[in-house]
Design a protein around this ligand. Structure first.
Ligand code: NAI
Length: 466
């Protein structure tokens, strides 16, 4: 592992390969390339010092280089220990952007790398966060509360939190006032995913959000595309690369039928699996039923399912009891943001056989085995390469617009969570139509006035749900 200068990557020699794939990805990311075209000269992000925590993939490399083209200084880490594409990280490091990400890094390294995205070489502070899942934001906010004397750094028995707390304590000892200084310098955070957005709304509710935030996830052109069409392509990709299992005819259970669940169920159905869905929300359960999926409980179907996938953003969805009752060689995985959807820690004292990176066979005392993907971490990024470039272009164009918005208009926002205005959402979609050869119909002035919009949009009221 190369560990020189201001980056940590697996092997800097992978940079050439990474660069070739970045070049290809650019041809599939029209939204980001349009941002470079539109804002490359005026550089609206000049002065922004962005600490980014988001899966260090080829697509993210195009995002990083777009932020830089718009004038920002950037430091980057991955938001998951298994999601880095080492060639992408190397290409970014080789081009001079500090990046700290290695596929298969330990949790200890994960928090060290998260810390590194706040360590600017001139000793200055971060002033913007670009987050995916909220870990970078949480690192600063927890640290600042600890510096203020609050007892937030103890959760005896939780090994993962202990690792985070150890890193915070180390930084507090080495750089007194570090967290408070950064918190006070941060003008805003833009958050990529459902789980991170939930964390932000909880902070807002408790009055603990010290800067404005933009919820990128709930741009329509993010959650109704990335979460849905992205998972539609990348879920089955991850299961296939992990297991090579024949999917046609198998019984697959998708836990959760939100945006990710809808894409995941469609992915498995497209591969020929017989798909069942579990839900807690009657609206989503009814949607699943009317989309033609049997709505079941995991208690009922655990013993007969071949593949069980969680997509809920919730915890303890697949319990040790469910797994104990599963078929021999059932495949178990998660595509939600955090690994606590599956009770992996309860499996730790069983017999594990590592098949290859991110694939483990776990044997119960009675002899039945399960195949666990990515140790319960999001398998489309752990076992495959995440979503394709095109859909990530829509997500990341929202990220870029959100960063510009908060950086250039910080004073106009309160310390609350916002979504981007609808005209920007429509703009992101518009930027992706040409590539698909889609031709929009234009409203006549009479038609526009009849349905109560202008012919330039926005075309829908705020309450419209798509
Ligand atoms: P969502 O809120 O639209 O959907 C989650 C669904 O799970 C909801 O319908 C909810 O009712 C259901 N649910 C909650 N607890 C449940 C339980 N115990 N059993 C069955 N169903 C339950 O959220 P979304 O956008 O679908 O995101 C889900 C997760 O996936 C989040 O953690 C998000 O951050 C993550 N995500 C992962 C991506 C990836 O590429 N792996 C991409 C986008 C989001």
């Amino acid at each position: 592992m190369a560990q020189s200068q201001d980056y940590i990557v697996k092997d800097i020699a992978l940079a050439d390969w990474g660069r070739k794939e970045i070049d290809i990805a650019e041809t599939e990311m029209p939204g980001l390339m349009a941002c470079r075209e539109e804002f490359g000269e005026t550089k609206p992000l000049k002065g922004a010092r962005i600490s980014g925590s988001l899966h260090m993939t080829i697509q993210t490399a195009v995002l990083i280089e777009t932020l830089k083209a718009l004038g920002a200084d950037v430091r980057w880490a991955s938001c998951n220990i298994f999601s880095t594409q080492d060639h992408a990280a190397s290409a970014i490091a080789a081009s001079g952007t500090p990046v700290f990400a290695v596929k298969g890094e330990t949790l200890d390294e994960y928090w060290q790398y998260t810390d590194r995205i706040f360590q600017w070489t001139d000793g200055g502070t971060t002033n913007m966060i670009l987050d995916d899942g909220g870990d970078a934001t949480m690192y600063i906010l927890l640290g600042a509360r600890a510096e203020a004397g609050e007892d937030v750094l103890s959760n005896p028995g939780n090994e993962e939190e202990e690792i985070l707390f150890a890193q915070i304590k180390k930084r507090m000892a080495e750089t007194p006032g570090f967290f408070t200084k950064n918190r006070d310098a941060i003008k805003g955070v833009t958050e990529e995913t459902t789980t991170g957005v939930n964390r932000l709304y909880q902070l807002q509710k408790k009055g603990l959000l010290p800067f404005p935030a933009i919820n990128v996830n709930d741009s329509v052109t993010k959650s109704k595309f990335d979460n849905k069409y992205g998972c539609k392509e990348s879920l089955v990709d991850g299961i296939r690369r992990g297991t090579d299992v024949m999917m046609a005819g198998k019984v697959a259970v998708v836990c959760g039928y939100g945006d990710v669940g809808k894409g995941s169920a469609a992915s498995l159905r497209g591969a020929g699996a017989r798909v069942k869905v579990t839900e807690i929300d009657p609206i989503c359960a009814l949607q699943a039923a009317m989309d033609g999926f049997e709505v079941v409980t995991l208690e009922d179907v655990a013993p007969t399912a071949d593949i069980v996938i969680t997509t809920t953003g919730n915890k303890d969805v697949i319990t040790i009891e469910h797994m104990r009752r599963m078929k021999d060689m059932a495949i178990v995985g998660n595509i939600g943001h955090f690994d606590n959807e599956i009770q992996v820690s309860a499996l730790r004292n069983l017999k594990w056989t590592n098949i290859k990176p991110q694939v483990d066979m776990i044997e119960f005392p009675g002899g039945t085995r399960i195949l666990l993907l990515s140790e319960g971490r999001l398998l489309n990024l752990g076992n495959a390469t995440g979503h394709p470039s095109f859909v990530m272009s829509a997500s990341f164009t929202n990220q870029v617009l959100a960063q510009i918005e908060l950086w250039t208009k910080a004073g106009q926002y309160e310390n609350k969570v916002y979504v981007l205005p609808k005209h920007l959402d429509e703009k992101v979609a518009r930027l992706h139509l040409d590539k698909l050869g889609a031709k929009l119909t234009e409203l006549s002035a009479e038609q526009a006035s009849y349905i109560g919009v202008t012919s330039q949009g926005p075309f829908k009221p705020e309450h419209y749900r798509y």
